[in-house]
Design a protein. Structure first.
Length: 266
C-alpha cells in the first residue's frame, strides 16, 4: 500500500513546505484540499498549475487527489454542481492527479430515493468529462450517504468506471457499518481509503493514529487480506479543530504505525 496525508491537516501551508513534510516522513503522496483559502484550488491559472505539478514531480511525491466540495445529492439545479465538478476534474487533469473527491450532501428535505437519483444523475453526467480527462471522481462516504451501503445505491446506478468511492473510515463507523460490510459494499468501486482516529462518537476531535476508537487495524487487515494495494490517506481534520495537536509532529509516528499494520497484516 501507499501512504498519503491530506492538506486539511496543515491548512494554508505552502506547497514547498507540504512537500518537505511528505519527503521527511516517507509519505508517497498528498491529498490536496481544493479550497480558495489553500495554495492549490480551481482558480489557479495554467502556469501556476504547471509549477505545482513540477514541484511535486521534482520532490518525487504524487498528488493523490483533489479534495473538492461539490455536493452531488444537494437540492437545487444541476448546473452549478456540474460546473464545480468540471472545474475540479480540470484541475486534477492539469496536476496529474488521478482522483477528485466529492461529497453527497443530500438535504434533510429530500427523501433518500430523491437524493440517490440526483447524485446518480449528476455523477453520470460528470463521468463523461472525467473520462476525457483521465480522472476518476470518488463519492466519499460522508453526511447523507455515510455508509458503504448508502454510497453503493448511487454508484450502482451510475455504473461508470470513472465514478467510484472514497472510503472515509470514520463516517462508515459512525454509521454503524462494520469494516467487513463496508469493504464488501465498496470493493467494486474503491478508489482509496481515508484513515483517521477520534476519541468517541461524541468527540470527533482528531487524534494521532492508533490512539482512538476507530477500527484502523481491522481496516488495514481487511484490505491486506483482500490483496488491495491502493492508498491509505490520513485525513487529520485540523482545519475544523483548532485545539487539535499540530499534524507535522504526528506525521512520522503515523506513517510508522501504518507501515507496521500493513506488515503485520501481510
Amino acid at each position: 500500500m501507499k501512504y498519503a496525508f491530506s492538506t486539511l491537516g496543515v491548512p494554508g501551508l505552502p506547497v514547498p513546505d507540504v512537500l518537505r513534510l511528505a519527503t521527511a516522513h516517507g509519505y508517497h503522496g498528498v491529498e490536496l484540499r481544493a479550497h480558495p483559502e489553500e495554495p492549490v484550488h480551481p482558480g489557479l491559472g495554467l502556469v501556476e498549475r504547471a509549477d505545482v505539478a513540477a514541484e511535486f514531480k521534482a520532490a518525487g511525491v504524487e498528488i493523490l487527489g483533489i479534495a473538492g466540495y461539490a455536493r452531488v445529492a444537494a437540492p437545487g439545479d444541476d448546473g452549478p454542481v456540474l460546473d464545480d465538478m468540471r472545474s475540479l476534474v480540470s484541475l486534477a487533469r492539469d496536476l496529474g492527479a488521478p482522483f477528485v473527491r466529492v461529497f453527497p450532501g443530500g438535504g434533510t428535505e429530500q427523501g433518500a430515493a430523491e437524493a440517490d437519483a440526483t447524485a446518480a444523475r449528476r455523477l453520470g453526467a460528470a463521468a463523461r468529462y472525467a473520462a476525457d480527462a483521465g480522472v476518476r471522481i470518488l463519492l466519499e462516504t460522508h453526511d447523507s450517504h455515510r455508509t458503504g451501503a448508502d454510497a453503493t445505491r448511487v454508484l450502482g446506478t451510475v455504473g461508470h468506471r470513472r465514478v467510484g468511492a472514497l472510503w472515509d473510515l470514520m463516517h462508515t463507523w459512525l454509521g454503524g457499518e462494520s469494516v467487513a460490510e463496508t469493504f464488501a459494499a465498496l470493493s467494486p468501486y474503491l478508489g482509496y481509503v481515508q484513515v483517521k482516529d477520534i476519541a468517541s462518537a461524541d468527540d470527533t476531535t482528531p487524534l494521532p493514529l492508533g490512539s482512538g476508537v476507530l477500527p484502523l487495524e481491522e481496516c488495514v487487515a481487511r484490505l491486506s487480506a483482500e490483496s488491495w494495494e491502493g492508498w491509505l490517506c490520513w485525513e487529520y481534520e485540523k482545519r475544523w479543530y483548532e485545539d487539535a495537536a499540530p499534524l507535522p509532529g504526528l506525521l512520522g509516528p503515523g506513517r510508522e504505525l501504518l507501515s507496521r499494520l500493513v506488515t503485520r497484516s501481510g
